[in-house]
Design a protein around this ligand. Structure first.
Ligand code: B3K
Ligand code: ZN
Length: 898
């Protein structure tokens, strides 16, 4: 086998520099859907820093080899094989031209060059470029690219690639061409081309240094009226990166292109970002407030990659979090700044809470299962399986901890040094850490463990107040508890945990903080303790009264805090903590504890009851007009069923659902008048506004509606929801009303009102694929009942003419929504959900392995469920394991069954 053959397991420890380097690439494309000819001319030389290899091994997949020319003469010693091309006995320095053919029309994997809606698009990260031409398709090989595109002018009037347009013109036979040049060296994964019938919204802006930049958002003609928000988000991103990090756009032209068939959210190709339509297209009628916020975040994320990812890239794919964790952190900060500026802590906290909720629900779960891996993994079978919550979200928390330790200014100094040292290079996570350490005069050797240890750390807290001495001691102990075997192997020692803490007095105000040995109390009433040992005690002095501790303020580290708060103490924190994140946190702890107790009772069939004090705590938040609506909405939302099930010793989705529904109903009935008052008060009449304030009102109002739909007699809620549905001038209100109608009628197996609204919704938005995705998703995630299980609705919808398994958004809207976002129905006792899951994973595996592998992951925590469910899941996993072909899905199911 040639050494480009992918071995089963790729290990970080086996990294070796490439034997050859490619300095320049000139690509010529003759774009024809079934048969695109690619001519690739490279300047190649031996890498002086690598051991000498006799042969030149290039990666290639699904290519038809045509010819090779070396220094202008036909080269006979080129052998094409399953994994690429081997050239025997090449000189030290040469020009190589390779010609090959690929078939974009048949490429359903959406990796490499493919056709969507009659237009051409590419997706190269991580290893898609080798499906376009033979290449050293690895991120540490960086070259400058010139790209010539030729195609039928009538069918593909727009021809785009990375960088600047050098020339364009007509060719014989109704064809035309365009030539592009990207002045920056880049790895092949950042290459992109687009060709087709597209139109653009354009803006010209001046960057910080006064240079004019052309910005374009390219879409299909009928979508042009949905591009304004993406353009505004792009302009805001450019401004933000200049002001927060001093980073300027380095190209004269920056393009975003929307495509409806796309495996993930978007891709940061140099100067030519390609986006899933879901993260570009929005107007008030078609997109919810959440969609608007997601578009801003993803546009920011991809734009910020221009520096963190593109100018400084990854040496190898194990370093993926170098660019992804850092760029997620940057987009989170961007969104927080857009919502609350640098100083409005309450508004910033809203964003923080949303991000932490995702981390806990998804990343903590990943850490608890067979796919647990460190932020910098040690091995993989298929790299596309490692674009994970751990690499992205935990990676972002790791970056955030530097900022928590060094402050915004210290973090900025570190970033400046990172770019000074590494601009134009392909580097490692260690390089980043060293830049942060050196810029702040710190040794961060221990901090490396955040990159190499998997599993969610647990910090348990013990406190002791000595009234006579006025001393308050806080003892922290860290460990990983009983973690998944995949995580345990990686755990070597204690972490450096920035642990932010405040002490709250009886009047609800923060107490001054003075640690033992300090001359006086510090100005801030929040302290970041540097917790570095397995067990460590921090003693505060001059503590005049016994305080209540506010622990891990603003979620200063991605850990689980164990502290035995009483219900009264949690209610007190919910009412008084000066840290808005911890106020929310107190409510979640209170609710989680109550819900888990109830779920335990539901498991054994004991009648459920909810303490009045919990209802009272929620009532206070609901009626506290000093709190922002968006904060109240977050605080009143109960922890998700998936999160709760994960907290149980043995996950029991039905019991969790029963408990959560019981609490929702109890809160609905007990606080009916308040919900109604809030519903009325937070209406947003008049023209739609996309501001954070207006969206906060809508969120709280729609939460109230969803609680009202739980009333024992939902007639009033149905009336309100129907009226809201009919009068809505925006998608947030319309879809919330539809969802309320569906859930209000679930217990009786549906209602006329719900069905009419569903039918109306479909007719109204038939021509808007992203809205039809919502139509499918709302039905897949609706509450079911014994007489009307959701699996039956889902199976019916699979046969709907608008359903299309090849379109990832559509597959996600129906199949993923059901399998991953409707746990009570998916985990039906009869195993019907698992049978469906197996069918769909197998079907998708043949079309699009990346999407199939994502779906495959929805059973990975199977061992943690009740015995009956466990058996059903194992059978489904075994069925999939015996039938799938792709490396992607095999890695997931084999790890799950191991
Ligand atoms: N870097 C891409 C993700 C590529 C995923 C490949 N399977 C998008 C992003 O994180 O910005
Ligand atoms: Zn990214």
């Amino acid at each position: 086998m040639a050494d480009t053959a992918t071995p089963n397991v790729i290990r970080r420890a086996d990294y070796a520099p490439p034997a050859f380097l490619i300095d320049t690439v000139a690509l010529e494309f003759d774009l024809v859907p079934e048969r695109t000819v690619v001519r690739n001319t490279m300047r190649v030389r031996r890498n002086p820093d690598a051991s000498r290899a006799a042969n030149f091994e290039l990666m290639g997949e699904q290519l038809e080899f045509v010819s090779a020319t070396l220094n202008g003469a036909p080269f006979a010693h080129a052998h094409a094989h399953e994994h690429g091309l081997t050239l025997d006995n090449v000189p030290d320095n040469f020009e190589l031209t390779l010609t090959s053919i690929c078939n974009p029309a048949e490429n359903t994997t959406l990796s490499g060059l493919y056709v969507s809606g009659g237009n051409f698009f590419t997706q190269c990260e991580a290893e898609g470029f080798r499906r376009i031409t033979y290449f050293l398709d690895r991120p540490d090989v960086m070259a400058t690219f010139t790209v010539t595109l030729r195609a039928s002018k009538a069918d593909y009037p727009v021809l785009l690639s990375n960088g600047n347009l050098l020339e364009e013109g007509d060719l014989p036979d109704g064809r035309h061409f365009a030539r592009w040049e990207d002045p920056f060296r880049k790895p092949s994964y950042l290459f992109a081309l687009v060709a087709g019938k597209l139109v653009a919204l354009e803006e010209r802006v001046k960057s910080g240094s006064g240079k004019e930049k052309l910005l374009q958002v390219w879409v299909e003609p009928h979508d042009l009226d949905k591009t304004r928000h993406a353009m505004d988000s792009l302009i805001n991103s450019i401004r933000w990166d200049e002001s927060r990090f001093g980073l300027e756009l380095d190209l004269d032209r920056f393009m975003i292109v929307a495509v409806s068939d796309f495996n993930m959210g978007a891709m940061e190709n140099k100067g030519l970002n390609i986006f899933n339509t879901k993260y570009v297209l929005a107007n008030p009628e078609t997109a919810t407030d959440t969609d608007f916020a997601n578009i801003e975040a993803v546009v920011g994320h991809e734009y910020f990659h221009n520096w963190t990812g593109n100018r400084v890239t990854c040496r190898d794919w194990f370093q993926l979090s170098l660019k992804e964790g850092l760029t997620v952190f940057r987009d989170q900060e961007f969104s927080a700044d857009m919502a609350g500026g640098a100083t409005d802590e309450a508004a910033r906290a809203t964003k923080r809470i949303e991000d932490v909720r995702v981390l806990r629900q998804m990343q903590f779960a990943e850490d608890a299962g067979p796919m647990a891996h460190p932020v910098r993994p040690e091995s993989y079978v298929e790299i596309n399986n490692f674009y994970t919550m751990t690499v992205y979200e935990k990676g972002s928390e790791v970056v955030r901890m530097y900022q928590t330790l060094f402050g915004r200014d210290g973090f900025r100094k570190g970033m400046d040094l990172y770019f000074k040292r590494h601009d134009g290079q392909a580097v490692t996570c260690d390089d980043f850490r060293h830049a942060l350490a050196d810029a702040n005069g710190r040794d961060l050797a221990q901090f490396e463990r955040w990159y190499s240890q998997a599993g969610t750390p647990r910090v348990s807290v013990r406190t002791k107040y000595d009234a006579a001495q006025q001393r308050y001691s806080v003892t922290l102990t860290q460990g990983y508890g009983d973690t998944a075997p995949a995580a345990r192997e990686t755990q070597k020692g204690p972490l450096l945990i920035p642990f932010a803490i405040g002490l709250i007095g009886k009047d609800g105000h923060d107490l001054p903080l003075q640690l033992e040995g300090e001359a006086r109390a510090s100005d801030s009433t929040t302290r970041v303790l540097e917790f570095t040992q397995t067990e460590q005690t921090f003693t505060f002095v001059n503590v005049a009264q016994e305080p209540l501790p506010s622990l891990l303020r603003n979620f200063s580290a991605p850990v689980i805090v164990e502290y035995d708060y009483s219900a009264d103490q949690l209610a007190f924190l919910l009412a008084h903590d000066s840290d808005p994140f911890n106020r929310w946190e107190a409510g979640q702890r209170l609710a989680t504890r109550e819900l888990l107790t109830l779920a335990g009772r539901a498991t054994t069939g004991v009648p459920l009851q909810l303490d009045d004090s919990v209802v009272a705590a929620f009532a206070r938040v609901l009626t506290d007009e000093t709190l922002s609506p968006s904060f109240r909405e977050l605080a009143l939302m109960l922890p998700s069923e998936a999160y709760l099930a994960e907290q149980m010793a043995e996950s029991n989705p039905a019991a969790v659902h029963a408990a959560r529904q019981f609490v929702r109903k109890r809160l609905a009935n007990a606080l009916r008048k308040d919900w109604l008052a809030v519903y009325e008060k937070h209406r947003t009449p008049g023209a739609y506004e996309a501001t954070p304030e207006a969206s906060g009102h809508r969120a709280l109002k729609n939460l109230a509606l969803s609680y009202l739909a739980e009333l024992d007699d939902p007639a009033e809620a149905v009336r309100l929801a129907s009226a809201q549905y009919d009068a809505a001038n925006n998608m947030t209100d319309r879809s919330a009303a539809l969802s309320a109608l569906l859930n209000a009628s679930a217990a009786k197996g549906g209602s006329i009102e719900a069905q009419q609204a569903l039918d109306d919704f479909y007719r109204r938005f038939e021509k808007e694929p992203l809205v039809i995705d919502k139509w499918f998703a709302l039905q897949a995630t609706q509450r079911g009942s014994a007489q009307r299980p959701v699996i039956e609705i889902v199976r019916k919808l699979m046969a709907h003419p608008a359903f299309n398994l090849k379109n990832p958004n559509r597959a996600r809207s129906l199949i993923f929504s059901f399998c991953a976002a409707n746990p009570a129905q998916f985990h039906a006792e009869d195993g019907s959900g698992y049978v469906f899951w197996a069918e769909q994973v197998i079907a998708l595996d043949a079309i699009n392995p990346q999407v199939a592998a994502r779906l495959a992951r929805s059973l990975e925590l199977w061992r943690r469920f009740t015995p009956t469910l466990r058996d059903g899941m194992r059978a489904a996993l075994e069925k999939v394991a015996s039938q799938v072909k792709s490396r992607d899905v095999r890695e997931i199911v084999e790890k799950a069954l191991a």
